[in-house]
Design a protein around this ligand. Structure first.
Ligand SMILES: C[S@@+](CC[C@H](N)C(=O)[O-])C[C@H]1O[C@@H](n2cnc3c(N)ncnc32)[C@H](O)[C@@H]1O
Length: 279
């Protein structure tokens, strides 16, 4: 850490609440780059007895836990063997009941498409004391890291954050009507949407979204592996395939994406020397 004698930073960390035995803290690990962790997360890692972590958490973040802290992987990745959500919640309850300081570390923000709410409900029902530490969500920081403004005066006054995970499932209470979303006329930011993008695109087009609407896929945002593919709605799926993109990715759709190039000269300094994979 630079930019001071460290006293002010030490003071902030020392003022953090004590992690008591038998508690579970649900902590956001941010989008990828370990330097985007919150100070509250760093303080919590330094106190935990056990860290139960997800798939997208950088190992350097786990290194911030005490050497003797136990590290338990509880990751879930689409298409690969998954830990069952009920088992994860039961493990958290069990560890807390054994009097351990349990840190549940989740990528991004625990309450944004992270099933943090379900884990909290299970812990609450079991009477386990919980603390929640927000994290920087990938849907917004991914755009920023790619130089795309999430909002821009005169362009948009809202942004629609959605998961593509359940697209195509009918009858679910939380199903998205993509045709109506197209009618909002506001930018759309999608998590977990690579696989279902052909269907989502067809629905958005049927809802009137022009095929020329600019879009971007941002892979491994904020990490050394970040890649950005710029495209337009009627070519996005093909361009992602041609570039060989693999999850995790956030997909941005809307006029805000066009403003990446408007801001390009200024942004290059802000986001480093990375160049988009395709434009
Ligand atoms: C289960 S969701 C968890 C989201 C997380 N709670 C958050 O707030 O960012 C996983 C999805 O988040 C997105 N994601 C997470 N980290 C990312 C990153 N570094 N770059 C791009 N997308 C990311 C991808 O869409 C990925 O499939």
């Amino acid at each position: 850490m630079t930019g001071g004698d460290g006293t002010a930073l030490d003071g902030l960390l020392a003022g953090a609440p004590d992690f008591e035995p038998g508690q579970v803290w649900l902590v956001g690990a941010g989008p990828g780059d370990p330097s985007l962790l919150t100070l509250a997360a760093v303080s919590a890692l330094g106190q935990a007895d056990v860290v139960v972590y997800d798939a997208l958490v950088d190992p350097r973040i786990l290194d911030l836990a005490r050497p003797e802290a136990e590290r338990l992987f509880a990751g879930k990745r689409g298409g690969k063997p998954s830990h069952n959500q009920a088992d994860i919640s039961a493990t958290l309850v069990d560890l807390a009941r054994k009097g351990r300081r349990v840190l549940r570390l989740k990528g991004g923000d625990p309450f944004v498409f992270g099933r943090g709410g379900e884990e909290c409900a299970a812990l609450g029902a079991a009477g386990i004391p919980i603390r929640i530490i927000p994290g920087i969500t990938s849907g917004l920081s991914g755009l920023t890291a790619a130089g795309i403004p999430a909002t821009l005066r005169g362009v948009n006054q809202a942004i629609f954050l959605a998961t593509g995970h359940g697209a195509g499932q009918t009858g679910a209470a939380d199903a998205i009507d993509w045709r109506r979303v197209a009618g909002l006329g506001q930018p759309i930011v999608l998590y977990m949407a690579m696989k279902m993008m052909p269907l989502i695109r067809a629905e958005l087009r049927a809802g009137g979204l022009p095929g020329t609407t600019p879009c971007a896929a941002i892979v491994s945002a904020t990490t050394a592996d970040q890649r950005v593919v710029f495209s337009q709605v009627d070519r996005l799926v093909e361009d992602m395939e041609a570039a060989g993109l693999e999850p995790p990715a956030v997909i941005a759709i809307g006029e805000i994406v066009r403003h990446r190039s408007v801001l390009d000269g200024a942004v290059r300094l802000a986001v480093g020397s990375e160049r988009p994979a395709a434009e």
